[in-house]
Design a protein around this ligand. Structure first.
Ligand SMILES: *Cc1c(COP(=O)(O)O)cnc(C)c1O
Length: 228
């Protein structure tokens, strides 16, 4: 299967309202171009430097793409990140939200962001604790920041051999999402729930995801092992 075939096959099997983010880490610009030519419109990057490189390589095409930050954002990369990205999916603290708001203010850019939840409370993962109060606290803070626009929640979820096992975690994330939306915090527009990867996207969609992030199922296996 080529990248193009993989993309088209998955696009056909999932509902139209579900957005696909290409998880592009470790991929060459040729591989990413192939997916873009097949119709992909959102690229998810884990590293700011990689995003810059791919952005350059895509030339005119880069401007038609939506760029999402899906990896942990380092303090010293925020300046570049607010310029490149259309959305930062990985806000997980008040400090980070404030720092991103400040850099967005410097260039007067409204910056869509998601709150990342560490739904499995895993030591190796970033994200807010999976407790409603913690998520609401951060959402309230973001609602008071002028340049950040809270539009969604994101979660990775533990990786199991059998993806059925991740279903209860996705369900908890959806519960937090619904409750937060129903709380009606001003100045936020909660509409996206970003969860599900190559081995779990079908279950994630069943549990309410409307953004999925796919690497392996589109590009094939990564040569390098990444913790996630
Ligand atoms: C790598 C990555 C994915 C995609 O993982 P696959 O299992 O290759 O589909 C999704 N989300 C994040 C944050 C990632 O780092």
């Amino acid at each position: 299967m080529t990248i193009k075939e993989n993309y088209l096959r998955i696009r056909k099997e999932i509902p139209g309202y579900v957005q696909v983010v290409l998880a592009a880490k470790m991929k060459t610009s040729e591989e990413i171009k192939e997916a873009v030519d097949a119709g992909a419109i959102i690229i998810g990057e884990n590293y700011v430097q990689e995003a810059e490189k791919i952005y350059e390589a895509l030339g005119e095409k880069a401007k038609r793409i939506k760029w999402h930050m899906i990896g942990p954002l380092q303090k010293n990369k925020i300046n570049k990140a607010v310029r490149i990205f259309d959305c930062i999916q990985t806000i997980d603290s008040i400090e980070l939200a404030d720092a991103v708001d400040k850099k967005a203010e410097a260039i007067k850019k409204e910056m869509p962001v998601f709150i990342e939840i560490n739904i499995g409370s895993e030591m190796t993962k970033t994200g807010v604790k999976p407790e409603y109060e913690m998520v609401e606290r951060l959402a309230l803070h973001i609602s008071g920041l002028y340049y950040l626009k809270l539009e969604g929640l994101m979660t990775m979820g533990p990786r199991f051999g059998n993806p059925e096992k991740v279903r209860p975690y996705f369900r908890v994330a959806k519960g937090i999402f619904d409750k937060l939306r129903d709380t009606g915090i001003p100045n936020i527009d909660l509409k996206y729930l970003s969860m599900g990867m190559s081995n779990s996207y079908k279950i994630a969609i069943q549990e309410g995801a409307n953004i999925i992030r796919l690497g392996t199922s589109i590009f094939g296996a990564r040569k390098c092992n990444f913790k996630n």
